[in-house]
Design a binder for this molecule. Structure first.
Ligand SMILES: [Zn+2]
Length: 217
């Protein structure tokens, strides 16, 4: 499940941060009640003052919450963003410093959004590019951390830092790289959800396209 989009654990304003943590805890407890496999949290933004200070704030807020809740709740799934403004985490390598800030806590996983990765500069519009990006994830983060994929094509070009989802095959990523996504060992057993424009018409086509690519993979 997804926690509310307004949560920002890196916010410089205490009031925003407090509300964010109350909201995250609430989402995690609800997740526990329905036996959710994970609760997605957008990794947030420093807003101002730079990434290092922002990550320090994430650490001071999220780590105590993780410690207090222990394994009574599902894992928090960090979702890297498209890279706009002072976001704290957009690329695969950004995940490493983010996870370091959380001491690689065992109750933290990752949700990769293909449109965000692409906008953040990972050129996954080719089979090779997708493979390299997933290889890198396996090397520096580890396949065991990957718990969910948001499978989206992108209306915005690679490296644009803009978060604009598109139906599968109609954007700048294209359909074919998704076959490589299914083939890659780091995604074995990892569920994929769509956040493409829908739910009428194109959404059903997206599901059919991904099922076809999965069968071919
Ligand atoms: Zn997403």
């Amino acid at each position: 499940m997804h926690s509310p989009y307004l949560i920002n654990p890196g916010a410089p304003k205490e009031e925003t941060a407090e509300k964010s943590m109350v909201s995250l805890e609430h989402a995690l407890r609800r997740g526990a009640e329905i036996n959710a496999l994970g609760v997605v949290m957008h990794t947030g933004s420093a807003v101002s003052g730079g990434r290092e200070a922002g990550l320090e704030r994430v650490r001071s807020r999220v780590l105590p919450l993780l410690e207090r809740l222990g394994d009574d709740v599902p894992p928090v799934l960090l979702e890297p963003m498209a890279g706009q403004g002072q976001v704290l985490c957009a690329t695969v390598d950004d995940l490493v410093t983010y996870l370091e800030a959380l001491d690689w806590h065992p109750n933290v996983g990752v949700c990769l959004d293909t449109a965000h990765l692409f906008a953040a500069g990972h050129d996954i519009s080719t089979v090779e590019g997708m493979r390299e990006t997933m290889d890198r994830f396996g090397e520096v983060v580890g396949a065991d951390r990957l718990k969910l994929i948001h499978g989206n094509d992108s209306k915005a070009p690679c490296g644009s830092n803009r978060d604009r989802h598109e139906n599968i095959g109609l954007g700048h990523i294209g359909a074919e790289p998704f076959a490589e996504l299914f083939r890659h060992p780091v995604t074995a057993g990892v569920p994929i959800t769509l956040e493409t424009p829908g739910p009428e018409g194109p959404h059903a086509e997206d599901v059919a396209t991904l099922k076809r690519l999965r069968a071919e993979a």
